[in-house]
Ligand binder design. Structure first.
Ligand code: ATP
Ligand code: MG
Ligand code: MG
Length: 597
């Protein structure tokens, strides 16, 4: 790609590769254990990264940044990237999300198969190992079962500048703790009655080090392990272990996990001491998450939009989900280019939505086929057509499928007596600078001006003579006369100079279609910042559906085919609703940047 820029993560990886940091790794884990198998063939010198989504929703554009980053680094440095489901939270997770995540990562252009090994994992496959590691911590005096109430636990945690208070259960012996922990596992305690906590330091200035919970009791059916467990590891405990078992070298996460890094390191050091894992451990690095203007990327809030039917589903073309962007007409290439352009930094900032659309336009301009479409049609009647060309005759016209790439060939359509044009291309009284169709004008001083001449793109020049209105005053037909010998591409066609060129579709060969015109979903560039309710800034006009006429070349469009409708923007045949006999197109984006204006 054109914009491969260096960044702090590339420098770290290049440095590690140069120093051979991971050249002699040798990990623990016992044979027969799911965790052991996860290590795959020994692969010493390679970097290993992972993208670890929780399967509790659909992936969004923020995840796409992380996917492009992790899979992209693995690709660029000859390493591997694991797709790992961080499925330690059974109530919120579902196989539906697992399937959609797999699909989205593949669609974005990445895969996790490398050297014959499929690097697709789920954290729940390591539950046995995690449990064993927890028993080790208990036995070594590094963890204890706490039976304070959640309220007591919260109160005794302290706060910034205020040390926590030791739990009365903190002094239990390892033997007592082990017995109690096994009772937790065996379902002898009620949900929430106890947690297993790491025993670190209740006075630590880092609140995450004040004896964080590492196991909780939750009677919930897990989509992978079913009812086998009634205790589940906490994310902060599970994640470092997952990374270590998979021999991840660089564990890249977003900045909010910076304060968790000391626990990440503490845990892996303890497990290494116990011989459960051996060095070198994975290292965590943090980067700034993607914040995109006019977009929310909280899964909970996106779920709310879906559940309250403010959008049609996770793949509504207005959603910032990968399935939504795809249905809107985004290409994987555009999203990869976007990720490359925004780069990776260590400080939070906002990225303008136009950056995403700019990447899209830059990729589509070169590839998308062109077509003409009339979105707000009014009929144009060429009143001298029959006299000049004969009644019922049609005139073949053609245009390049893509002006940047003549090899793509040409498209054909026909000019005739009746054409569809945009209603806005006619003005009875033209405003200053209007160069499209208007009838003869008489000024206040009695001076006159003839009806205007415009070129119907790829066709002929016509001169406007007037319009016909119905009883309500609405224009039903615009009238014009053909100017002879002006057909595009014929000798002398340019002798008649015009300032306006308009697009059109023949009435006789137009393809009627439903076109969905999408606008931003929120009117506020920061819909959920600073305690705002994001629902307050929902744009009520984010979808407008029109009945349009399309050029005949579009009759054969298939779902997901992308086009530039000349003058209007980029459009895609809707992947859900489009059928050749009932075409439905979505506007992906306009031709020009309209954000922030
Ligand atoms: P939410 O908090 O909305 O549920 P999440 O961040 O917890 O989302 P995960 O499934 O845990 O979602 O995310 C998987 C990976 O994607 C994580 O490594 C996370 O850092 C990354 N990620 C999530 N959101 C963004 C974002 N906006 N920008 C960059 N990376 C992100
Ligand atoms: Mg998460
Ligand atoms: Mg989160």
């Amino acid at each position: 790609t054109d914009h491969k820029q260096s960044n702090f993560l590339r420098q770290i990886i290049e440095n590690d590769l140069a120093q051979g940091t991971y050249a002699s790794r040798h990990w623990g884990g016992s044979p027969g254990d799911a965790a052991h198998h996860a290590q795959g063939p020994s692969d010493p010198a390679r970097v290993r990264l992972r993208f670890p989504p929780e399967p509790n929703g659909y992936l969004h554009v923020g995840h796409a940044k992380s996917i492009c980053l992790n899979f992209g680094l693995a690709r660029d440095y000859g390493g591997v990237c694991h797709l790992r489901f961080d499925d330690t939270n059974p109530e919120k997770e579902d196989q539906e999300y697992v399937a959609s995540i797999v699909d989205s990562v593949r669609w974005l252009g990445f895969n996790w198969e490398s050297g014959g090994t499929a690097h697709l994992y789920q954290a729940s496959d390591y539950f046995d190992f995690m449990y064993r590691a927890a028993e080790y911590l208990v036995g070594a005096g590094h963890a204890y079962v706490d039976e304070q109430t959640p309220e007591e636990m919260r109160a005794n945690r302290g706060d910034f500048g205020k040390p926590g208070v030791d739990s009365p259960f903190r002094t239990r012996t390892p033997a007592e703790n082990l017995a109690r922990f096994r009772e937790m596992r065996d379902g002898k305690l009620a949900d929430g009655a106890a947690v297993l906590r790491a025993k670190i330091d209740m006075a630590s200035p880092n609140i995450n080090m004040r004896d964080p919970a590492i196991y909780r009791i939750r009677r919930a059916t897990h989509h992978n392990t079913g009812d086998r467990w009634c205790i589940y590891p906490m994310y902060t405990y599970a994640h470092p272990i997952e990374d270590a078992l998979e021999q991840i070298t660089h564990s890249i996460c977003t900045l909010e996990f910076e304060d968790q890094r000391p626990f990440y390191d503490w845990l892996l050091e303890r497990l290494a001491e116990g011989g459960l894992l051996s060095a070198p451990p994975p290292r965590q690095y943090e980067f700034a998450r993607l914040n995109l203007t006019y977009v929310i990327t909280s899964k909970r809030k996106l779920a709310q939009l879906v559940n309250e039917q403010r959008v049609s589903g996770w793949d509504d073309p207005r959603m910032p989900t990968i399935v939504g962007l795809r249905r809107r007409g985004y290409t994987a290439e555009a999203i990869q280019l976007f990720a490359e352009r925004i780069g990776v930094t260590k400080s939070d900032s906002w990225i303008d939505y136009s950056t995403l659309e700019g990447a899209l336009r830059d990729t589509l301009d070169a590839t998308a086929k062109r077509a003409m479409a009339v979105l707000d049609p009014v009929k144009l009647v060429i009143t001298n057509w029959d006299a000049l060309h004969g009644a019922g005759t049609l005139d073949a016209c053609s245009a390049p499928l893509n002006p940047h790439d003549p090899a793509q060939g040409r498209r054909q359509f026909q000019f005739g007596r009746e054409l569809w044009i945009e209603r806005t291309d006619y003005e009875e009284t033209p405003p200053k600078g209007f160069h499209r169709l208007y009838p003869p004008q008489t000024a206040a001083d009695g001076s006159t001006k003839p009806g205007n001449r415009v070129r119907l793109k790829y066709g002929h020049v016509v001169q406007c003579t007037g319009a016909v209105r119905d009883a309500e005053g609405r224009i039903t037909e615009v009238h014009a006369e053909l100017v002879p010998d002006t057909k595009s591409g014929t000798p002398g066609a340019d002798a008649v100079k015009v300032k306006g060129v308009i697009t059109w579709v023949g009435v006789h060969d137009a393809v009627p279609a439903e076109v969905r015109l999408y606008e931003r979903l929120f009117n506020d560039p920061h819909p959920d910042a600073g305690g705002k309710n994001f629902l307050d800034s929902l744009n009520p006009d984010s979808l407008r559906t029109v009945q349009a006429y399309l050029e005949p070349s579009l009759a054969s469009a298939s779902v997901d085919d992308r086009f530039q409708f000349e003058r209007h923007g980029y459009f895609v045949a809707d992947r859900r609703d489009h059928h050749p006999d009932k075409p439905v197109f979505n506007r992906t984006t306009g031709l020009k940047d309209s954000w922030g204006k």
